[in-house]
Design a protein around this ligand. Structure first.
Ligand SMILES: NC(=O)C1=CN([C@@H]2O[C@H](COP(=O)(O)OP(=O)(O)OC[C@H]3O[C@@H](n4cnc5c(N)ncnc54)[C@H](OP(=O)(O)O)[C@@H]3O)[C@@H](O)[C@H]2O)C=CC1
Ligand SMILES: CC[C@](O)(C(C)=O)C(=O)O
Ligand SMILES: [Mg+2]
Ligand SMILES: [Mg+2]
Length: 337
């Protein structure tokens, strides 16, 4: 199906500049949206609970910080950028009691609407602006005069103007410099979850760790294995980003390209594709969402254990040692934002 792509010339920035925006949460996406909205001339306040560790960061940037309930009451557009598993509680307690006729409720990802965890009233616009990239890069690219592409969606159009409002918001955070595609909450949620699980995060992390294990278990130096399967991956992906897989194949040697063409499909075999289809099915039928919500409610025992196992993987210590010697590699985002 053909999609419509919008750019800065299609967006009217004055629409979002005429609204009072509350951004609930000031993490990866929250800080990026808030700072870029402010830099685009939008009236922004941040909603964070008393005692939130994000409060100091937002205040250091000169932003006005209120509680989520106060921010929601004051604003006429509320963007929820708190963790997906916490949003329904914040909505019930702080946002719903403060929603007025004509307000707009915005999301950065469709999880809570797609899986019926939040059910907004009929008198408000419900829309989404979902950047297709990590929040810290959404902000970095905005500052550099570039932009990360974004998806917009309208679930409920009470005002009759929700799409123009979402496009205006997307433009204010730099999305329309790169391209904004209109989609639905369902399509965004399912493709985003699939992308992060099978390819971008789950697939890529497991591919790198497994490649590192195969080389080091065969007796090769961990430093060489790290450069080979992790550091150089960025340089290869940079070529794909610039010109697709064909551009990457143009730049690498013929030997590498023959290995790519003949061995790649053996690594990502038909069995892997079948597993990817199963993963997509679990997203579509709600299995993954139910599992994740239950895991969070139980205090994230499995999440914590697996995260710790990942941190202890030998590639992390090797990588830290090597990155410390490369002054041009950006410091970890956790130390800079
Ligand atoms: N990370 C990303 O790049 C992307 C995220 N998204 C979506 O954006 C949304 C936000 O995700 P992300 O930016 O990763 O979130 P983060 O985990 O980075 O940040 C969450 C923020 O919410 C705050 N918070 C926690 N509890 C509450 C509460 N009760 N009330 C108000 N604020 C609270 C946290 O504060 P504290 O410091 O106190 O914990 C923190 O500032 C999600 O819907 C996600 O799917 C979409 C695209 C990409
Ligand atoms: C790829 C992970 C992501 O979907 C993102 C940065 O776009 C997320 O949820 O963080
Ligand atoms: Mg994403
Ligand atoms: Mg995501």
């Amino acid at each position: 199906m053909a999609v419509e792509i919008f750019y800065d010339d299609d967006a009217d920035l004055s629409i979002i500049q005429g609204r009072k925006v509350a951004v609930i949460g000031y993490g990866s996406q929250g800080h990026a949206h808030s700072l870029s909205l402010r830099d685009s001339g939008v009236d922004v306040r941040i909603g964070l609970p008393e005692g939130s560790k994000s409060r100091a960061k937002a205040e250091e940037q000169g932003l006005r910080v209120l509680t989520p309930a106060e921010a929601s009451a004051e604003a006429d557009l509320i963007m929820i950028l708190a963790p997906d598993t916490k949003q329904r509680f914040i909505y019930e307690q702080d946002i719903a009691p403060n929603l007025k006729d004509g307000d707009a409720l915005f999301f950065g990802h469709g999880f809570n609407i797609r899986y019926d965890l939040i059910k907004p009233p009929a008198n408000v616009d419900v829309a989404m602006v979902a950047p297709k990239g990590p929040g810290h890069l959404v902000r970095r690219q905005f500052v550099d005069g570039k932009g990360v592409p974004a998806l917009i969606a309208v679930e409920q159009d009470a005002s009759g103007n929700a799409q123009a409002l979402a496009l205006s918001y997307a433009a204010a955070i730099g999305g329309a410099r790169a391209g904004v595609i209109k989609t639905t909450f369902t399509e965004e949620t399912e493709t985003d979850l699939f992308g992060e699980q099978a390819v971008l995060c789950g697939g890529a992390s497991a591919l790198v760790q497994t490649g590192f294990e195969v080389l080091t278990e065969a007796g090769y130096a961990p430093e060489i294995a790290y450069f080979e399967v992790l550091h150089e991956l960025k340089l290869i992906v940079d070529l794909m980003y610039e010109g697709g897989i064909a551009r990457q194949r143009y730049s690498i040697s013929d030997t590498a390209e023959y290995g790519d063409l003949t061995r790649g499909p053996r690594v990502i075999s038909p069995a892997v594709k079948e597993e990817m289809k199963k993963i997509l099915g679990e997203i579509q039928d709600g299995t993954f969402a139910r599992e994740w919500v239950a895991e969070d409610e139980a205090g994230r025992p499995n999440f914590t254990k697996l995260e710790e196992q990942g941190n202890q993987h030998p590639i992390e210590a090797t990588g830290k040692k090597l990155r410390d010697l490369m002054s041009w590699v950006d410091r970890p985002i956790t130390e800079t934002a």
